[in-house]
Design a binder for this molecule. Structure first.
Ligand code: CP
Length: 317
């Protein structure tokens, strides 16, 4: 594996899942793999979990890790070709990525969508240019349309919390927010759940349909109660409209996940990738309750990143 940008880059999800679970028991067992190798982490957007877990994952594998906040600690980047750069952008991505590729053996990049140009975002304009020009293995730390390290950590978490022979019912439920958010976590979770042995349902208000590229073959309903009935895992996440791109159409009804609403589930576990808007998306009592998996998901970000980096180190060097 040279690039990790979606579930489609993974040769065997089951194998990488078993690798992550093994690394959780023995996180320092493969330090020889990263000896003398440098992992660069490039952030065009804010992060807590992704930055720290991927940095620690690299360190656990014996790698040197360097991180850069683009635009704050480095020059601002131009992404369009053939432009006269007489504006605010200081450096073209083709130069910046090529230089970083000389310093780093593996690079992780976080590049959120613009939420203004659906074409640019869904063509993954930024990460694809970065991949083209840096010439080294690249790990997505969340791109315009996907957050695969998060989804992999979520799959690890569901696996750890399900030991019955039947498939678990997993629900992705839209939650409220105060501003337009990317569709990337929802897209990615949907993509990974389609590849997992689960009964998967997506529920959201009208106007918040995800791209059919991700939901093809997936059960989708605007009726949150119908989706929640009998659920074993409920994953809450806000996203903005794909159709009316980046907008937040008016929502009728209250989509806040509360203990009352959870009563029709099968005593479901509660999931969220964090950061979460408490009592807007999910109530405090659920996030802090015994069925909450939010900290386990965050913990598993480390082993997801470590399994991905291990695979890249083993197959490229
Ligand atoms: N879940 C997640 O990606 O968290 P950060 O944005 O803090 O990295």
């Amino acid at each position: 594996m040279k690039y990790f940008t979606s579930v489609h880059d993974v040769k065997s999800v089951e194998q990488m899942l078993q690798d992550a679970l093994a690394l959780k028991k023995n996180p320092l067992g493969f330090q020889h793999l990263g000896k003398g190798k440098t992992l660069g982490l490039v952030f065009l957007n804010q992060s807590l979990r992704t930055r720290l877990s991927t940095q620690k994952a690299g360190n656990n594998l014996g790698m040197n890790v360097i991180a850069l906040n683009v635009g704050q600690e480095s020059w601002t980047w131009e992404f369009d070709d053939n432009v006269v750069m007489n504006g605010a952008k200081v450096e073209h991505i083709k130069d910046a990525a090529a230089v970083m590729g000389q310093y780093c053996d593996v690079i992780g990049i976080r590049c959120f969508p613009s939420l203004t140009s659906r074409e640019d975002d869904y063509n993954e304009k930024v990460i694809n240019q970065f991949i083209k020009y840096c010439r080294v293995p690249v790990v997505s730390l969340e791109s315009a349309t996907r957050h695969p390290l998060q989804s992999f950590a979520d799959l690890i978490t569901i696996t750890e919390n399900w030991n019955k022979p039947s498939k678990p019912k997993v629900v992705l439920s839209w939650g409220h927010h105060i501003k337009p958010l990317p569709q990337s976590v929802a897209n990615s979770f949907t993509e990974w759940m389609r590849n997992a042995d689960v009964d998967f349902v997506v529920t959201h208000p009208e106007g918040y349909e995800l791209s059919t590229e991700f939901t093809q073959g997936v059960k989708v309903t605007h009726n949150q109660d119908e989706a929640l009935r009998g659920a074993d895992f409920v994953y809450v996440k806000n996203w903005s409209s794909f159709e009316d791109y980046g907008q937040t159409p008016a929502v009728s009804g209250d989509w806040l996940l509360t203990p009352e609403r959870m009563q029709i589930t099968n005593n479901a576990k509660v999931m969220h990738c964090l950061p979460v808007r408490r009592n807007l998306e999910v109530s405090d009592s659920l996030l802090d309750g015994e069925n909450s998996l939010i900290l386990q998901q965050a913990d598993n970000r480390l082993y997801a990143a470590q399994a991905v980096l291990k695979e890249i180190l083993e197959t490229n060097f």
